[in-house]
Design a binder for this molecule. Structure first.
Ligand SMILES: [Fe+2]
Ligand SMILES: [Fe+2]
Ligand SMILES: [Fe+2]
Length: 430
């Protein structure tokens, strides 16, 4: 069973001499970032937030029993955690969970493969992600290469087992239902699943431990073990930017209302940082914070995010949780100690009227204030399905009014208004 392995220029009008000449190196482990960001993917499940990790655990455990080498086990675990990288929509997640063979399942496979294929560190996952909802007999019929068939089909098997087991995690009754789930897998041998993989799964899932390690409190421990055992690979700034960009696409794809918003906020934050004399190292990080600032939106149900009318107070409360969710995901990442608050404070206002921490004044770093201005500016000038983007005059008045009320930083607003045509161009990523 062959498995594969896996120079800024600063206009004179706004030059703040902050962090000048500073040089920073982020010691960040790429797999650590991937695991943390995979939490964001799992948030699309709203209340069922460990799907990817459970699929990864099941696939890795099958590989372990098969006698695979550690890099192959790691590869299948990582593939499991990221297999649904093409799913942004809570409705798509629901459909994938409700039906054993949902007819709309191909779209997220194509999206996911496209996101992965250009990023060298993860490009080997593109093919198995593309085929992870294609049944085994069809993969063979289509002449898909062998390693990809095994990888994709093991993910499909683990994925469907997780769907069958999902109703039983909440009350820990998986063991009571294990034999019926195993029987259902057996019934799909030779059609949905490769007979060899079915045999391997049945052997692996014989033990109680197999099912118990899928419980929520066991998953974190498993994840830590995988991180300790796995290869260490230091992520450089360009890899972090690429990875952040992939996740920005996932967030932006969630709603037609917000297409390219994260990309625009990232470009504009970097641009404003440069205008204000923020050091190049901090500008790199502020761009990553911009790409990731709305990660927590993946947990917001589509019907709230896409609601064309005014939100009621409950819906507003739900949508306002997103920056705290962003904080919870990013704070796990060693090396993201600065990026995390910059991204997570994008709804904090200098006057203390923001959320969720109600920070004010000096506790808000300049970079966070920049990101907040970029977030609002981009949203206002971007054309949305329910309204046109604001014109230059309108956005100037709007931003000055917000600054006057203490809701956004006046100095950052002045930097944005300095050459407004250029600011608009950057915000709209044109
Ligand atoms: Fe999937
Ligand atoms: Fe899945
Ligand atoms: Fe945003």
């Amino acid at each position: 069973m062959p498995f594969g392995t896996v120079s800024p220029t600063t206009p004179d009008c706004f030059h703040y001499d902050r962090h000048k000449g500073e040089s920073m190196h982020t010691q960040t482990d790429l797999r650590h970032v991937i695991y943390a960001l995979s939490d964001a993917l799992d948030l699309v499940g709203i209340d069922d937030i460990n799907h990817g990790k459970r699929v990864g655990i099941m696939a890795a455990e099958c590989m372990r029993l098969y006698g695979a080498r550690s890099h192959e086990i790691n590869f299948m675990f990582d593939l499991g955690t990221l297999h649904d990288i093409g799913v942004s929509s809570t409705q798509t997640h629901r459909n994938l969970l409700r039906e054993f063979d949902w007819e709309g399942s191909q779209e997220h496979c194509i999206t996911g493969a496209a996101l992965l294929q250009d990023f060298a560190a993860l490009s080997e996952m593109a093919a198995p992600v593309l085929y992870h909802h294609t049944r085994w007999d069809k993969l063979v019929e289509q002449g898909v290469p062998e390693p990809v068939i095994w990888q994709a089909n093991l993910i499909l098997l683990a994925d469907r087992v997780d769907v069958m087991t999902a109703p039983y995690y909440a009350d820990s009754s998986m063991l009571e239902h294990a034999s019926e789930i195993r029987e259902q897998v057996q019934m799909c041998s030779g059609t949905y699943f490769a007979p060899e993989l079915v045999k391997l799964f049945l052997a692996t899932s014989k033990s109680e431990a197999f099912w118990l390690q899928l419980e929520t409190h066991s998953i974190q421990r498993y994840l830590q073990d995988m991180l300790l055992q796995g290869p260490k690979s230091h992520a450089d700034m360009s890899e972090l930017r690429q990875l952040a960009s992939i996740f920005a696409h996932i967030v932006d794809a969630k709603s037609v209302f917000t297409a390219r918003h994260s990309q625009g906020v990232a470009s504009l934050s970097r641009f404003l940082g440069q205008r204000m004399g923020v050091s190049p190292a901090h500008c790199d990080k502020i761009e990553i914070a911009g790409l990731l600032h709305d990660l927590g939106k993946l947990r917001i149900p589509d019907e709230i995010l896409d609601k064309p009318g005014k939100l009621d107070s409950r819906e507003r409360q739900i949508i306002n949780t997103h920056s705290f969710e962003t904080y919870q995901i990013l704070r796990q990442i060693k090396g993201f100690e600065e990026i995390t608050p910059w991204a997570a404070y994008h709804h904090e206002a200098p006057g203390g009227s923001g959320y969720p921490f109600h920070l004010m004044g000096e506790t808000l770093p300049l970079e966070a204030r920049i990101l907040r201005v970029a977030d609002i500016f981009q949203a206002m000038v971007q054309e949305r399905p329910y309204r046109a983007g604001l014109t230059i005059e309108e956005v100037r008045d709007f931003m000055l009014d917000m600054a006057g009320q203490g809701k956004i930083d006046g100095d950052v607003v002045n930097a944005a208004l300095c050459d407004l045509d250029e600011t608009m161009r950057v915000a709209l990523v044109v």
